[in-house]
Design a protein around this ligand. Structure first.
Ligand code: UT7
Length: 317
């Protein structure tokens, strides 16, 4: 038993932070960010948590699917920027939308949404699930180091969600983990523990940009080739690719290595920046609502990030 996507939804907070706004916070410029990353602006939350944003995307996905929250049998969430380690974002979304099904998060950083989708697909395959909600929700602005120009210019806040049900449209998926905390990590504080032997790391996204960049390009290329092979097609046959929105140069390089025109890649990082686990479902939702999709289109999704992790999935629309 495979799955189908019944509806998608996305939400970003109202407040927009432009590159010019950022150049008043750190030593950077619109020109540098545009050329090296491709982001022009991102949305930041003042008062909404990741779970509150997740609930708004979930409501939109439920409306698009034509079902109500009480019909959900499962909620799987993904986040690295929840207000708390516990409860999970999925549990708070469950309360917010008025669902009563089991709800839990998976943690695989920016690849988290595709790990969550594959987890939900496995539950559907086990049987007994009619409708499941999968979401990525991030308030990265609360864990970004706003004094570090090499990371604070990249990220943004937002959420995206899918409602799925049993179907035959999930053609292939691949999950990859290469355990490491030296390239990309978000340490937690030590609290007031008197038994903590190590030096405390400040709570913030810590990233080696170039190492992450190389990992990203390598994994997009190999993961997309792998899912194409699993489905018995070639990457050139993909109608659209929905990539994690981290850096336009990453997408461009991967597209050239795969020999796929860049126009097939959905790109919105200029408006939203990198919203971690929310970036794939936000981008997919834009594509789904654009009116461009035709029945039968092959849509690949791919993501990479902390873990280190990467993932790709192939959907037939
Ligand atoms: O979702 C998580 C996945 N994350 C990613 O995919 C991130 C992947 N990596 C990247 O996108 C890029 O590596 C960055 C955007 C993070 C950095 O771009 P880069 O071209 O790799 O720059 P760099 O780190 O090699 O730095 C080049 C120069 C340095 O100056 P010097 O040492 O050459 O004088 C940096 O200090 O650019 C400087 N720099 C900046 N200058 C202006 C770094 N950040 C900035 C900035 N504005 N915001």
């Amino acid at each position: 038993m495979s799955i189908q996507i019944l509806g998608t939804g996305a939400y970003v907070p109202e407040r927009i932070l432009t590159n010019d706004d950022l150049s008043r916070l750190v030593d950077t410029s619109d020109e540098w960010i545009t050329q090296r990353v491709g982001v022009k602006e991102r949305h930041v939350s003042f008062d909404e948590s990741a779970a509150e944003m997740g609930a708004k995307a979930a409501q939109r996905a439920l409306e698009a699917a034509g079902i109500t929250a009480d019909q959900l049998d499962l909620i799987v969430g993904a986040t690295v920027s929840a207000d708390a380690v516990c409860p999970s974002v999925a549990a708070l979304v469950q309360r917010e939308i008025g669902a009563s099904c089991p709800a839990f998060d998976v943690n695989s950083a920016c690849s988290g949404f595709l790990f969550a989708l594959d987890t939900a697909a496995a539950f559907v395959a086990r049987g007994g699930i009619r409708y499941a909600l999968v979401l990525g929700a991030e308030r990265l602005s609360r864990i970004v180091d706003w004094t570090d120009r090499s990371t604070c210019v990249i990220f943004g806040d937002g959420s995206g969600a899918f409602v799925i049900s049993p179907g035959e449209n999930y053609l292939a998926s691949h999950l990859h983990t290469q355990g490491s905390d030296s390239v990309l990590s978000i340490p937690l504080g030590k609290g007031n523990s008197p038994f903590y032997g190590k030096e405390e790391q400040p709570i913030a996204i810590r990233m080696s940009g170039q190492e992450t960049f190389k990992f990203a390009v390598k994994q997009i290329v190999s993961d997309l080739k792998l899912i194409a092979e699993q489905a018995g097609v070639t990457p050139e046959q993909f109608d659209y690719i929905v990539p994690h929105q981290a850096n336009l140069r990453i997408i461009d390089l991967a597209a050239r290595r795969l020999g796929i025109p860049i126009e097939k890649f959905v790109v919105n990082l200029d408006r939203f920046g990198n919203t971690s686990s929310a970036s794939v479902p936000i981008s997919f939702d834009e594509l789904a609502r654009s009116g461009k999709l035709k029945k039968g289109d092959l849509i690949a999704m791919c993501a990479f990030g902390g873990g280190l992790s990467s993932a790709a999935s192939l959907i037939r629309w």
